[in-house]
Design a protein around this ligand. Structure first.
Ligand SMILES: [Zn+2]
Length: 251
């Protein structure tokens, strides 16, 4: 009897709703996206990608600039260590340290920083195309990427000079970013006693968007527009120049 009563009960409301829900779901799952719906989804994804990609690219460029700034600061520390070791004299841009005895073999400026146990990676800017390509210039030679650098040494006023004789070390720059067309095999530096037009081609003026990084003698690094570093190209406004060393060499 109990069995009969149980079987004759009407289905519970919950069970009936569940059954109808399953049925609806199966109907929905059978429905396919229309072409227009698919295109709308694709369009939304494209718009989102368009919004996000520039932000990601900008973040990457900012990170490269920060890394380059840190690397240049490390170069500044190594320059300080060098001048401490060599009675205050700057390292040569290319050649023999005139103050060592006996004189060592000819070296590039950054090899003198090597002597201060500076890591090679501090000579590389992550935004330098040559660094990104691994310096693969297709030339088989005695050099490899680990002996190359992204930066220029400013030999304009520093060669054979004592750092302490500089009147304002916070306004005189000593390292800049090397131009893409520069010779990555050999020493990079702009030599002393040359006018602005002679050496400015060695500098990459827009490595980081419209700016490049510059290391100053006091060790600080700034991202600057090149024109602001030479001012009106007069000796007093030119951050690449130090008239207390050179006198008047500019035309
Ligand atoms: Zn850089």
């Amino acid at each position: 009897m109990f069995k009969h009563i149980f079987l004759s009960l009407p289905p519970s409301p919950d069970k009936s709703r569940a059954a109808s829900g399953i049925s609806r779901l199966s109907r929905i799952s059978e429905k396919h996206f229309t072409l227009i719906e698919l295109l709308v989804v694709i369009a939304i994804i494209a718009i989102l990608a368009g919004l996000l990609l520039p932000a990601l690219s900008s973040a990457k460029k900012q990170a490269q600039k920060i890394k380059c700034t840190g690397n240049m600061k490390q170069c500044g520390l190594a320059i300080n260590f060098y001048t401490d070791d060599w009675k205050g004299y700057f390292p040569p841009v290319h050649g023999v340290n005139p103050y060592s005895s006996p004189a060592p073999a000819t070296k590039e400026w950054w090899q003198y920083l090597d002597d201060q146990n500076m890591k090679r990676e501090y000579l590389l800017c992550p935004a330098d195309p040559a660094v990104q390509e691994g310096f693969d210039d297709g030339i088989v030679d005695a050099y490899d990427w680990s002996t190359r650098e992204s930066y220029n040494w400013n030999g304009m006023y520093s060669f054979g000079q004592k750092k302490d004789f500089l009147k304002d070390s916070s306004k005189r720059l000593i390292v800049s970013e090397r131009a893409d067309s520069g010779d990555v095999l050999n020493h990079q530096g702009y030599p002393a006693f040359k006018a602005v037009g002679v050496w400015e081609g060695k500098i990459k003026k827009d490595r980081h968007s419209k700016l490049s990084n510059y290391l100053f003698v006091d060790g600080h690094v700034e991202s600057l527009n090149f024109e602001s570093t030479v001012g009106d190209r007069s000796e007093s406004r030119n951050m690449h120049f130090a008239s207390e060393y050179l006198g008047s060499y500019l035309p």
